[in-house]
Design a protein around this ligand. Structure first.
Ligand SMILES: [Zn+2]
Ligand SMILES: [Zn+2]
Length: 381
């Protein structure tokens, strides 16, 4: 049973991808009524993450059935509440930010570390309910639609959302939520990698490869911690210039210069930390060469499924280096997203320099602009 006034079926519009490689097409779909542990959310905004594009292109293999609705950085309003949701403080009409979905039963979930869910890929990329593999929606002709991407498929006007994905937005300024929508993935991933996982000290140094929403928010977090050396690497000069304004101490255009040689010139023996936010395998391979002995390299960007990277095994061992995967900034979204909103409102997390908001009718243009170098597009749903 659900506490809202509509009939059982929820008719809405969504950006459906019919098959791998097909365009995002605005299409009518029908959601089944939310279950007892789910919310009905009216989406106001959604960020567009590189992962959505990889899914649209089918580059994660057969992890998800098509037709499917992607989008995993939603911001919206609560329109229905299942009777058994655990957070009873969330009310109809509340603004919420949406993030990833978890199994709730693995050892990480039971330890309160949801971003480390052992079933993260299946829960989030499968776009179905984890426990019974049921789908959330169908086309008017009855064909099933995978519409539980990251527990919330935010490229839909209304969506049935897993309770794990929901965080109450700490404010009433709904019109500004487009700025924070990308908090649910990109911004918490970048900022959390630095603030929650790597935790560098001011005398340490950091190299960031790839300036998108993740790379820029990692930079902002490093600035918050007062790092003396923050080196950014990209191939787009305008992004490097913006990074300089936002606190990067050194910039490297890797289409012109060898980034490893440049990092050595700046740091002497390499940086304390190097992270990749691009997902480009040949870039990930550079990370370990950019750090000094006993330094840490971290991989954040999504590489296409199945791609392997090479490392110099002997050097890696003798120099005691660490290479780790950094997922969703190890965030507990219900705690971390409100912190990021507070940091932004205090002027310490200038994400307004990154976000461009598009109407939903211009979704495909937003994607093209992103590929041309726009940082964090957000669509009005
Ligand atoms: Zn889990
Ligand atoms: Zn994402």
């Amino acid at each position: 049973m659900l506490n809202h006034a509509s009939s059982k079926d929820i008719n809405t519009m969504a950006l459906v991808v019919n098959q791998p490689g097909a365009e995002f097409r605005l299409t009518p779909i029908i959601f089944n009524e939310p279950r007892d542990d789910e919310f009905l959310i009216e989406m106001m905004f959604s960020g567009i993450c590189h992962t959505d594009i990889l899914m649209q292109q089918g580059l994660f293999g057969d992890v998800c059935d098509y037709p499917a609705v992607f989008g995993h950085e939603g911001a919206g309003i609560v329109r229905g509440i299942g009777k058994n949701v655990r957070d009873k403080s969330i009310q109809i009409g509340d603004p919420v930010l949406l993030s990833f979905y978890t199994c709730g039963h693995c050892s990480s979930c039971e330890n309160g570390q949801p971003a480390r869910c052992w079933n993260f890929i299946e829960c989030n990329f499968g776009a179905k309910r984890y426990h019974d593999k049921s789908v959330h929606a169908r086309l008017p002709n009855g064909q099933p639609v995978s519409a539980g991407f990251f527990g919330h498929s935010s490229f839909a006007k209304f969506s049935v959302v897993a309770e794990q994905s929901v965080t109450r937005y700490p404010g009433e300024d709904i019109e500004n939520m487009g700025l924070y929508a990308a908090g649910g993935c990109g911004f918490q991933t970048g900022a959390g990698a630095i603030l929650n996982i790597l935790k560098p000290t001011p005398t340490q140094s950091l190299v960031i490869f790839g300036l998108g929403g993740v790379g820029f928010t990692a930079l902002m977090a490093a600035k918050i911690l007062g790092l003396g050396t923050i080196i950014v690497v990209d191939i787009v000069d305008s992004k490097l210039e913006l990074a300089k304004e936002l606190g990067a101490t050194d910039t490297i255009n890797s289409s012109i210069a060898d980034p490893v040689a440049e990092v050595m010139k700046i740091t002497g023996r390499g940086a304390s930390f190097a992270i990749d936010c691009s997902g480009v395998p040949s870039v990930i391979e550079l990370l370990i060469d950019c750090i000094h002995p006993f330094g840490t390299a971290g991989s954040i960007g999504d590489a296409p499924a199945g791609v392997k990277i090479k490392i110099d095994a002997l050097k890696f061992m003798v120099e005691g280096k660490t290479f780790i995967g950094l997922v969703e900034g190890d965030s507990v979204p219900q705690d971390f997203l409100p912190e990021l909103v507070t940091l932004h409102k205090a002027g310490k997390f200038p994400i307004d320099r990154l976000v461009t908001v598009y109407p939903v009718s211009e979704m495909n243009r937003a994607v093209q602009d992103m590929e041309k170098g726009k940082v964090s597009p957000s669509v009005i749903i």
